[in-house]
Design a protein around this ligand. Structure first.
Ligand SMILES: C[S@@+](CC[C@H](N)C(=O)[O-])C[C@H]1O[C@@H](n2cnc3c(N)ncnc32)[C@H](O)[C@@H]1O
Length: 199
């Protein structure tokens, strides 16, 4: 990955973390408190990058798309709406879970999209045929044991961060400049079984 892009994106995430910490200290109501502290802040993937991720990973109506750390559910909702597939979003923040479920209802895909209020590391993702990732690199690495249980042929598409060199290089890489934030976004593709590099 482009190191400048890496530093810039991590800086934005860091800024969001600072803002989120302030919000958590002052504004969070008891009902909004997650079961445990999420491992990252919420930074949504711009819609045009979502569209490109779903296009390059080749989603069809037969797919079951999992988005661990789904935020407002935009990836699974867009996939279900555009391609007619099923989706599962996993999110720790109760507020975002509510937003994601409302998003699915608003887009008429609530019958095909399930939003789980869970820790991504506690969910069996082996039924997925597509996994979408927009998490910090260390989080992706921690997900490797779960991703190794995907069926052969399942696809993994990651936004901006890979697996810190712990798995084979991505089979394909794309760069998209989003019209929404004018930033260059990287998209990486793998197909299961994920080849983990020996240390
Ligand atoms: C960078 S955002 C990505 C949101 C969405 N996937 C997208 O691309 O628009 C990461 C999300 O992961 C959630 N998250 C972080 N750690 C988590 C965990 N252990 N279990 C479930 N969700 C988590 C955060 O609350 C946040 O909404």
């Amino acid at each position: 990955m482009d190191r400048c892009l890496d530093v810039r994106v991590l800086a934005v995430w860091g800024l969001c973390l600072a803002v989120a910490s302030g919000a958590a200290a002052g504004d969070t109501t008891a009902g909004d408190r997650p079961k445990r502290t999420p491992d990252s802040v919420y930074v949504p993937t711009p819609d045009d990058v979502v569209a490109k991720m779903l296009e390059v990973v080749g989603v069809t109506k037969n797919d079951l798309v999992y988005d661990p750390g789904c935020g407002d559910g935009r990836i699974v909702v867009t996939a279900a709406k555009k391609y007619g597939c099923r989706g599962v979003g996993i999110e720790l923040s109760p507020k975002l879970v509510r937003e994601a479920r409302a998003n699915a209802i608003r887009n008429d895909v609530a019958d095909r999209v399930q939003i789980l209020e869970e820790d991504i590391y506690a969910v069996d993702m082996s039924p997925a045929t597509v996994v979408t990732l927009y998490l910090l690199p260390g989080m992706n690495v921690k997900l490797i044991p779960q991703l190794q249980k995907l069926k052969p042929g399942a696809r993994i598409v990651a936004h901006d961060y890979g697996f810190q060199g712990c798995v084979e290089d991505a089979q394909k890489t794309f760069t998209v400049t989003s019209k929404q934030d004018a930033v260059r976004h990287q998209i990486y593709l793998w197909t299961a079984p994920l080849q983990v590099k020996s240390p």
